[in-house]
Each structure stands twice: as structure tokens, then as C-alpha cells.
Write a protein that binds this ligand. Structure first.
Ligand SMILES: Nc1ncnc2c1ncn2[C@@H]1O[C@H](COP(=O)(O)OP(=O)(O)O)[C@@H](O)[C@H]1O
Ligand SMILES: O=C(O)[C@@H](O)C(=O)COP(=O)(O)O
Length: 406
């Protein structure tokens, strides 16, 4: 293994897995820290943790365990994959995890760059933009678990980290890898501007000898070339069988996808109130899913007002946990009933579903949309869609792609 990735959620793990696979790396996505050694033919291993919203101590402990396992497999460089919208809270977990990893790997300067231009995320003057909006005006300020209310990444990371936080501005990045490298002089996390893919390639070149990096999947664009690998298209063996869509994401893109899919497909809406009250019978929902003649949708996706009401009534964690538990139980029930194509929307939701399915390793397939590949677990096809990725027809597109070899 050349490159080791610690991803703080499951959709993020398959997002960066896709970047590496398309850049020619043999890559696997592991669910949690594996208990066994990795296949020695792998170039990269991505460990998916559910650490974005876990208690800080737990996130640090799991990330260090993941780092140690990846290093033991031979990984020469570690990337902490975080959200391209830098999803975190005032306590963390990006800062504390990055501090602990830097200490473990004896890393001096750590490049931190969540830019993902293909999905509209850019970093300029230390501020994160989603398309033409500052992060805190992009809709992410209403995220159910990690509302992002400040676009200045230096301030956001500075509040979470006990290390110094510096900045490498666009004017330096535009001068190329040599200039970026020269700017990495102090023991600090360096928020690094990047607006285009070319910027990220230069950042990747500059990072050649660094033990630790942090970013969205864009940070990995330039890394495989440092190991002599060149672009390739991931392959896919068709999986047929019935399909379903599970969505616990309340992000704007997902809500559009839910509306678009519901126009032609049967749908079942989960309410937070009823989930918290334990009023749902998972077997009955599974029976409903299995009785449909076309892939149905089960979702809890709701707009910020409805989410806020549920959170005020029950507490944020209680509402989220009740809904995630339902999806975690529903997924294995419908798979046991024959579902073989499963689209899941939402990072935390994907974590619940994949854990519920008992998956340990996922194979990365071709892209459905920027940042979202098909992935395979045995004879089950999955698409783990980040909340804000994909066009309005994503769900139908993913279900169709699963049935075609590529
Ligand atoms: N109607 C709802 N009310 C309150 N919380 C919700 C509701 N629907 C989903 N959630 C929770 O919101 C969180 C959404 O996070 P996630 O699945 O990561 O989506 P995204 O990828 O959009 O961030 C999950 O923990 C989910 O259980
Ligand atoms: O980097 C990204 O934006 C994604 O890979 C990701 O991590 C998104 O998280 P969710 O929106 O919670 O799925």
C-alpha cells in the first residue's frame, strides 16, 4: 500500500476512492479498521469511519487506530478525508483528529484544502465557497448535525485545533509546486487556497514528501502521479435484481432528487416524531418496499424548518439516531428480501446502512456523478451519495448504471 486514507464518513470514503481509482490506483474501501492485513496488490486503502459527528475522543482514537493500520500496511502518506464543505462543530472533529495524526506521524506543516472544483467547492483567501456563495450562505448553515456558519477556514480550524493555523494564498499556489513547498516552513496546519483542478494538482505535487494531508477528495487528485500511476477507468460487472432508494439526507441537492424521484416512484416518508416514538415497524416497511413493482423510495428528507422542529422537540442527536437506526435495520431486511441495488443518500445515513448490512470491504466502481461512484459489496450494488452531490435524476441514473457492465 502506498497511500492511506482516513475518511470521516462513508460517502466521503467512496468519493475519494473514486478519485484514486480514476487516477489509476488499485483501491479498496474498508468499513472501519480491518482486523486482517490488506491485499498486498492494493495501492491505496480508504478506511471509512463514522467519526465526523462522533464524540471527539472516539473520533481521535478511531482515527489513530486507522492511521496505525494503514502505516502497518506500508502507506507512506496519510490523508485525512473530510467534507468538501468542512463539516464539523465548534469542538471538532477535524482539528482534534488532525492534531493527533500530526503528532502520531511527526508531521510539521500539514496542507489542509477541502476544494473540489468539479462540485463547485473552492478555497480563496482562506474562505470556502460553494459555487458563488460563501459556505455560510450556501445552505450548509442549516445542516442538521454540522451547521457551517463561518466560511473562514482559518478561523474554523483555529477554533478546533491546538496547533498554529497558517494560510497559503492563491498567488502562491498559482506559482506552482515549488512555491507551495517553500511556503510550508512552520509547524502548522496550512489552509491552502485552490480554485481549479490545476491548483489541486500543484498542491499534490508539493505534497510529495509530506506524511499527512487533509482535504476533500480534490486533495487526492495529484497524489497518484507522485507514485508513478496514470489515469484509468474503474470497471463494473452488472448487478440486476430489485432496487430501492433510502434517503436520510436533508441537503438541498438531495431534497431535489427526492422530489424528482417521487414524481414517478412509490415513496414512504419517515417522520422524526414517529421514529423517536418507536412507532415504526421495520418489517412492515420492508414488506412495503418488497411489494413494489419498481424501485421505491424510503426517506426522512425534510426542509430546515421541519428538521428544526424535530430537533427542538427531541434533541438533535436523538432525532438523528432514531432515523439512522431505522435505516440500519431496514437495509438488511430488504436485502434479505432480495433487493440487490441500493442507493443511499447522506453520509451519516450511508454509515448506518452499510454498518447495518455488515459490510467490511467495498470495491470502487465507475462514477455516477462527480464524487459518487458505484460500489460493490459481494453481490449488492450500492451508491453512497453525499448530501449535496448529483443532479436531480441521480437516484434513477444510479439504479440504471448498476444493471450495466462497464
Ligand atoms: N426529518 C429529520 N429530522 C431530523 N433529523 C433528520 C431528519 N432526516 C434525517 N435526519 C438526520 O440528519 C442527518 C443527515 O445527515 P447525512 O445522512 O450525513 O446527510 P448529508 O449527507 O446531507 O449530510 C442524519 O443523522 C439523519 O438521521
Ligand atoms: O467531500 C464531500 O463533500 C463528500 O465526500 C462528503 O464527505 C459529504 O458528506 P455528506 O454530505 O454528509 O454525505
Amino acid at each position: 500500500m502506498k497511500l492511506g486514507i482516513i475518511a470521516d464518513d462513508f460517502t466521503g470514503a467512496s468519493d475519494i476512492g473514486l478519485t484514486l481509482a480514476e487516477a489509476g490506483m488499485a483501491v479498496a474501501q474498508f468499513i472501519g479498521v480491518p482486523a486482517i492485513k490488506a491485499d498486498p496488490s492494493l495501492d491505496a486503502g480508504v478506511i471509512a469511519l463514522k467519526s465526523r459527528t462522533a464524540p471527539v475522543e472516539e473520533a481521535v482514537t478511531e482515527s489513530i487506530a486507522a492511521c496505525d493500520w494503514l502505516s502497518a500496511q506500508g502507506a507512506e502518506q496519510i490523508v485525512l478525508k473530510v467534507c468538501s464543505t468542512f463539516d464539523s462543530t465548534a469542538e471538532g472533529n477535524i482539528g482534534p483528529v488532525l492534531d493527533a495524526l500530526a503528532k502520531r506521524l511527526n508531521a510539521g506543516s500539514v496542507i489542509v484544502c477541502p476544494a473540489f472544483p468539479e462540485n463547485g467547492r473552492s478555497v480563496y483567501q482562506g474562505h470556502l465557497f460553494v459555487a458563488d456563495k460563501l459556505l455560510n450562505e450556501s445552505g450548509m448553515q442549516d445542516h442538521p448535525l454540522t451547521p457551517m456558519k463561518d466560511a473562514d477556514l482559518r478561523r474554523v480550524l483555529g477554533a478546533q485545533s491546538s496547533r498554529e493555523v497558517g494560510h497559503i494564498p492563491t498567488l502562491t499556489v498559482l506559482q506552482g509546486a515549488g512555491a507551495i513547498k517553500a511556503a510550508l516552513t512552520n509547524d502548522a496546519h496550512m489552509i491552502t487556497d485552490a480554485i481549479t483542478d490545476a491548483d489541486l494538482i500543484a498542491v499534490g505535487q508539493a505534497a510529495k514528501d509530506l506524511p499527512l494531508l487533509c482535504g476533500g477528495s480534490g486533495i487526492a487528485m495529484g497524489l497518484p502521479a507522485n507514485f508513478g500511476l496514470a489515469a484509468a477507468a474503474p470497471t463494473w460487472q452488472a448487478i440486476t435484481g430489485s432496487g430501492a432508494v433510502l434517503s436520510g439526507s436533508c441537503s438541498i441537492a438531495t431534497r431535489n432528487q427526492v422530489d424528482s424521484f417521487m414524481a414517478d416512484a412509490p415513496s414512504f416518508q419517515i417522520s422524526a416524531d414517529r421514529a423517536v416514538a418507536g412507532e415504526y415497524n421495520v418489517d412492515e416497511i420492508a414488506e412495503w418496499v418488497l411489494a413494489q413493482e419498481q424501485p421505491p423510495l424510503v426517506h426522512s428528507s425534510a426542509d430546515p424548518v421541519v428538521v428544526q422542529e424535530a430537533q427542538d422537540a427531541h434533541g438533535t442527536g436523538v432525532a438523528a439516531a432514531a432515523i439512522e437506526k431505522l435505516f440500519a435495520q431496514l437495509a438488511p431486511a430488504i436485502v434479505a428480501g432480495g433487493v440487490r441495488r441500493l442507493v443511499v443518500a447522506g453520509g451519516e445515513t450511508s454509515g448506518a446502512v452499510v454498518t447495518g448490512l455488515g459490510a467490511n470491504t467495498l470495491t470502487i466502481g465507475p462514477r455516477v456523478a462527480a464524487g459518487v461512484p458505484l460500489v460493490r459489496f459481494g453481490d449488492i450494488a450500492l451508491a453512497l451519495k453525499s448530501g449535496n452531490f448529483g443532479d436531480p435524476n441521480f437516484f434513477a441514473e444510479a439504479l440504471t448504471m448498476m444493471e450495466r457492465s462497464a
